[in-house]
Design a protein around this ligand. Structure first.
Ligand code: 5GP
Ligand code: ZN
Length: 117
């Protein structure tokens, strides 16, 4: 599903300030905020400001925004002195997705473990 926003969506509520979050970066297209349950010393979520449920709902019209998610991860790594980091997009139940507003996890600040799955 793809919409400007979705009333029941947790991350849409964070975007609209209905729910609080610790914001690191935002512009007209994307928002970056700290994960509430960090799995590493640095753990943020990079999300589109429009409601896109999963990576499978991304369209060609979203490639600029999607590219910006990656570039912003790079800039955040630089500004937070992260030597290395990992980005992950869990997709659908089998992919481990819990919140159905597409998001990119960015983890860093410690040695990542070899296992991905
Ligand atoms: P998923 O499993 O869907 O890829 O990841 C969802 C992530 O959202 C989890 O890492 C979880 O800790 C985070 N999260 C869930 N609810 C909230 C919230 O209300 N605020 C913030 N900042 N993060 C949340
Ligand atoms: Zn949403």
């Amino acid at each position: 599903m793809k919409n400007k926003s979705s009333p029941e969506c947790l991350f849409c509520k964070i975007i609209s300030h209905e729910l609080p979050s610790e914001r690191l970066y935002e512009d007209d297209e994307i928002l970056v905020f700290k994960d509430i349950n960090p799995q590493a010393p640095f753990h943020v979520l990079l999300i589109p400001k429009i409601h896109i449920s999963t990576l499978n709902d991304l369209g060609v019209e979203n490639v600029g925004m999607a590219g910006k998610l990656f570039l912003t991860a790079k800039y955040l790594a630089e500004s937070n002195d992260l030597e290395g980091y990992r980005v992950v997009v869990n997709t659908n139940q089998e992919g481990g997705q819990v919140v159905y507003h597409m998001h990119m996890h960015m983890l860093g600040g410690r040695q990542m473990k070899p296992s991905l799955g």
